[in-house]
Design a protein around this ligand. Structure first.
Ligand SMILES: Cc1ncc(COP(=O)(O)O)c(C=O)c1O
Ligand SMILES: N[C@@H](CCOP(=O)(O)O)C(=O)O
Length: 417
C-alpha cells in the first residue's frame, strides 16, 4: 500500500452512490450495501473506496458529520460525536521537550471514547443493510459505544467481554444501554474469534474495527486534528502518537491521510508520522515494526493494567503496519509504570484519561528520551478514553482520601498535622 489512493479512473459497476468496497490485497471490488461482507474472497481486509475525495474547503458543520462528503452513509444514528478538544498541555510540553504538544482527547465523545465516531457510521450502515442484531467483542469501550448507538437505533446488541478484564465504567455503560453481555472465560482475542464466527454464520452484524465502515467514522479524528492544528499553528503536526490495540485507529488515520493526499488537500511531505504505542505485556505490533515484518504474530498471553489495549492479535495490522512504515513513523512499548506516570501527568494538567490513553504520552516521553523524536517536532498525542471509564485504575494512581472528624476544629487540626 502507498499514498496512491487515486480516485478510480472509472467508478466500478458495483459502486452505489460512488461508494464501493475493495480488497486491500487483490483490489477486487464489491458492492457496499448488497449483503454483508467483512473480508474479500481472498480472505483479506476490505476498505471503503469513493469516486471522489473532498478537500478541506468542502467540509462544513461540526463533529464527525462535518466530514459527510468523505463518509459512506448519511447522518442518521447520532448523539453528536466528534469535535473533541485539542488541549494545550504546557507543562508536559516543557518536560518532554518538543516544539509543541497537543492532546486530542477522544474521551470527550458522548460515551467517553473514540469508538463513538466509528459507531455513528457503522450502526448507520447496519440500518441501511436491514440487519437486526449487532455484536462485538470488546475490552470495554467498543461494547459501551455499540450498546449506546445500537440502543439509539432500536436494535438488539450482543457483546462478548473477557471475564474479569473489563473496567467497571465500561460494563456499566453496556449494561445500562441495554446490551446483552456475555462474559467469556478467555481473553479479548478469543472473544473476537467467536464473534467473527457468529457473524459468518449470520447470527449478528459484526461491529468491531474489522468492519471497514466503522473505520470510516474513526478516520474523522485525522481530519479534525489536521484542520484544527493548522488553524492554531499554520501547519499540520509532524507526528501523531496513539495507543494501539486492535490497530483500527492507526489504519483509520492512515486512510484519512491517503484520502487528503488524493484530493490534493495534503502534500505527501506534510503527512504526520504515525507512531503507535503498546503496553509491554501486549506488544505484537511493536515486535513486528522492530523486526521489519509485514505481519504480526499473535501473542497468546497478554497482560497490562491498560485493559483497553490488552490485545494479542491486532486484526487491522495489515492496514496499520504499512501506515506506520509509509509515514516514516514507528512503534514503541511502555511499561505499566510508565503508563501510570503519564496518566498522573495528564491528570495534573486537568486532562483525565484511562490508562490505555496515557500510553500515547508515555510512548512520546520514551521516544523523546531515546532521541527518536526531535525537540523541533510538533506532536499530537491521542488520548482515546475518559478517566471515568476505569475508576479503579484512577483511584489506584491517585491520592488516598484522608479520614477526618465531622467538625471544623477536627478538620483544622488534621490539616495542621
Ligand atoms: C481506550 C482505548 N485506547 C486505545 C485502543 C486501541 O485502539 P485500536 O484498537 O484502534 O488500536 C482501544 C481499543 O482497542 C481503547 O479502548
Ligand atoms: N479496545 C477495544 C478492542 C476492540 O477493538 P475494535 O476497535 O476492533 O472494536 C474495545 O474497546 O473493545
Amino acid at each position: 500500500m502507498s499514498f496512491e489512493l487515486e480516485p478510480a479512473a472509472e467508478v466500478p459497476a458495483v459502486a452505489e452512490d460512488g461508494v464501493w468496497l475493495e480488497c486491500i490485497e487483490t483490489g477486487e471490488q464489491y458492492a457496499p450495501f448488497e449483503g454483508v461482507r467483512y473480508r474479500s474472497d481472498a480472505g483479506a481486509l476490505l476498505e471503503v473506496r469513493y469516486a471522489d475525495h473532498p478537500t478541506f474547503e468542502e467540509f462544513s458543520g461540526e463533529g464527525v458529520w462535518r466530514y459527510d462528503a468523505a463518509l459512506p452513509v448519511d447522518r442518521e444514528v447520532t448523539i453528536d460525536e466528534g469535535a473533541t478538544p485539542l488541549y494545550e498541555v504546557p507543562r508536559l510540553e516543557d518536560e518532554i521537550g518538543v516544539e509543541s504538544l497537543r492532546v486530542k482527547h477522544e474521551g470527550m465523545n458522548p460515551t467517553g471514547s473514540f469508538k463513538d465516531r466509528g459507531m455513528t457510521v457503522g450502526v448507520g450502515v447496519a440500518r441501511r443493510l436491514g440487519v437486526e442484531r449487532l455484536a462485538c467483542a470488546s475490552t470495554g469501550n467498543t461494547s459501551a459505544a455499540l450498546a449506546a448507538y445500537g440502543g439509539r437505533a432500536g436494535m438488539e446488541v450482543l457483546v462478548l467481554l473477557p471475564a474479569g478484564k473489563v473496567a467497571a465504567g465500561k460494563i456499566a455503560q453496556a449494561s445500562l444501554h441495554g446490551a446483552r453481555i456475555l462474559e467469556v472465560e478467555d481473553n479479548f482475542d478469543t472473544c473476537l474469534d467467536i464473534v467473527q464466527e457468529l457473524a459468518s454464520r449470520g447470527e449478528a452484524y459484526l461491529l468491531n474495527s474489522l468492519n471497514p465502515f466503522r473505520l470510516e467514522g474513526q478516520k474523522t479524528i485525522g481530519f479534525e486534528i489536521l484542520e484544527r492544528h493548522r488553524e492554531d499553528y499554520g501547519e499540520f503536526p509532524d507526528r501523531i502518537v496513539l495507543p494501539v490495540g486492535n490497530a483500527g485507529n492507526t489504519a483509520a488515520l492512515y486512510k484519512a491521510f491517503r484520502e487528503l493526499v488524493a484530493s490534493g488537500a495534503l502534500d505527501e511531505r506534510e503527512v504526520p508520522k504515525l507512531t503507535g504505542v503498546q503496553a509491554e505485556g501486549a506488544a505484537p505490533m511493536v515486535e513486528a515494526v522492530e523486526e521489519g515484518r509485514d505481519e504480526v504474530e499473535r501473542w497468546e498471553e497478554v497482560e497490562t493494567r491498560a485493559t483497553a489495549i490488552r490485545i494479542g492479535n491486532p486484526v487491522n495490522a495489515p492496514k496499520a503496519l504499512p501506515g506506520i512504515r509509509a509515514t516514516d513513523g514507528t512503534a514503541v512499548a511502555v511499561s505499566d509504570e510508565e503508563i501510570t506516570d503519564a496518566q498522573r501527568a495528564l491528570a495534573g494538567e486537568g486532562v483525565g484519561v484511562e490508562p490505555a490513553s496515557a500510553a500515547s504520552v508515555a510512548g512520546l516521553r520514551k521516544l523523546r528520551e531515546d532521541g527518536v523524536v526531535g525537540s523541533d517536532e510538533r506532536v499530537v498525542c491521542l488520548t482515546t478514553g475518559h478517566l471515568l471509564k476505569d475508576p479503579d485504575a484512577a483511584a489506584e494512581a491517585g491520592v488516598e482520601p484522608e479520614s477526618v472528624p465531622g467538625d471544623t476544629e477536627g478538620v483544622l487540626e488534621h490539616l495542621a498535622e
